[in-house]
Write a protein that binds this ligand. Structure first.
Ligand code: TXA
Ligand code: MG
Length: 327
């Protein structure tokens, strides 16, 4: 490991990181959801480096991160009353809004779309970095395209190594699954990606919201390819009810359980429990780290127990399903 990882509370860390952003480099930083791979959102050459480092296809746009509300007008051209309501209720926090963009935002960042995705992360390190850099920061999750998102600085280093100029280590991400993305470009708001802000919380503020659920239907959306967040080990989602299929013969199978298993787990080669008490927040926080751990064991297959799709459960099942989609 090189000197790429720096503790975020080192006295020079934020200053150093902000300088890298301002001079067109790449900094990975923690947010409350996952680690981002950040660059100056107004610098197309820096944005090109992000796509390069992640091996990300150019049709998949980036989320632009702001330090505070006053930065919004530098990237978005119109904020509707519904957008304002959501901003007042949930920023800073894990809600990304898709709004009409200003011409200053490079086409590469938005993949040529007339819209820009924006959020204010609820994390002191992210906010300090953006403020010190004095520019919005475009950042996808800091993982190679298609792989499981990173929730620690080490995960970032494992996936991207020295292609990142600096990784700010702010410890494990407190929320653990990505932001919820809502598009406000049509008359009815649309949920583009379930995330750590629940649909129920959003509905409580704005009422009606469109939600097209099946992976097939969202496939045309940028970045919503059915297979994503994927482990190298194949994943099979277990039935909600009835007996689990037991591992047969010499197959080495891992079990990802939501809570303390009700069935015998003797035949499994590895067992990980996301939350013994069945707390969805704990499950979400640990999901990606546990998937990475199981994926590192070289097993033949992983069985994943499903959870109910309410609250955070919607985002957890979305990630598991994409992970389980065959390539
Ligand atoms: O929690 C998060 O959202 C994390 C942290 C780092 O903030 N970021 C993240 O970024 O998950 P990423 O690149 O993995 O996902 C960004 C997704 C794209 O794949 C696309 O689906 C959507 O955001 N997106 C971005 N801009 C968009 C736009 N203009 N219209 C529609 N969707 C957009
Ligand atoms: Mg991602």
């Amino acid at each position: 490991m090189g000197h790429t990882i720096l503790p975020a509370d080192h006295p020079d860390a934020i200053h150093l990181a902000a300088n890298i952003i301002r001079t067109g480099g790449l900094v990975s930083f923690p947010t409350e959801t996952v680690y981002g791979l950040g660059c100056d959102a107004l610098n197309p050459i820096a944005a090109a480096k992000v796509f390069e480092a992640k091996q990300r296809p150019r049709f998949d746009p980036l989320i632009v991160h702001l330090a505070d509300r006053s930065m919004l007008e530098t990237v978005a051209s119109f904020v509707s009353p519904t957008a304002s309501q959501l901003i007042d209720a949930f920023w800073p926090g894990p809600l990304t809004l898709v709004l009409p963009k200003r011409p200053d935002v490079p086409d590469l960042v938005t993949a040529g779309l007339p819209t820009v995705a924006v959020r204010i992360p609820n994390h002191p390190v992210a906010q300090a970095l953006i403020r010190e850099a004095r520019t919005p920061i475009a950042a996808p999750s800091a993982n190679p395209f298609g792989y499981v998102s990173p929730t620690t600085a080490q995960h970032v280093y494992d996936g991207l190594g020295d292609t990142v100029d600096l990784i700010l280590d702010g410890g494990p991400c407190p929320v653990g699954v990505e932001s919820t993305i809502v598009s406000l470009t049509e008359s009815i708001p649309e949920l583009l990606r379930p995330g750590s802000l629940s649909l129920e919380e959003i509905q409580a503020v704005i009422g009606l919201i469109k939600h097209t659920q099946t992976a097939g239907e969202t496939e045309h959306m940028p970045g919503q390819s059915a297979r994503h967040y994927a482990t190298r080990t194949p994943v099979i989602i277990l039935p909600t009810q009835g007996e689990w299929p037991a591992p047969q013969g010499s197959e080495r199978i891992g079990l990802l359980a939501m809570s303390t298993p009700r069935h015998s787990t003797d035949r499994f080669s590895a067992v990980e429990i996301l939350s013994p008490s069945g707390d969805l927040r704990e499950a979400a926080r640990r999901l990606f780290a546990v998937l990475r751990k199981l994926d590192g064991l070289g097993l033949d297959c992983l069985y994943a127990e499903p959870c109910e799709e309410i609250g955070l459960g919607l985002a957890i099942m979305d990630r598991l399903r994409r992970c389980a989609t065959p390539s």
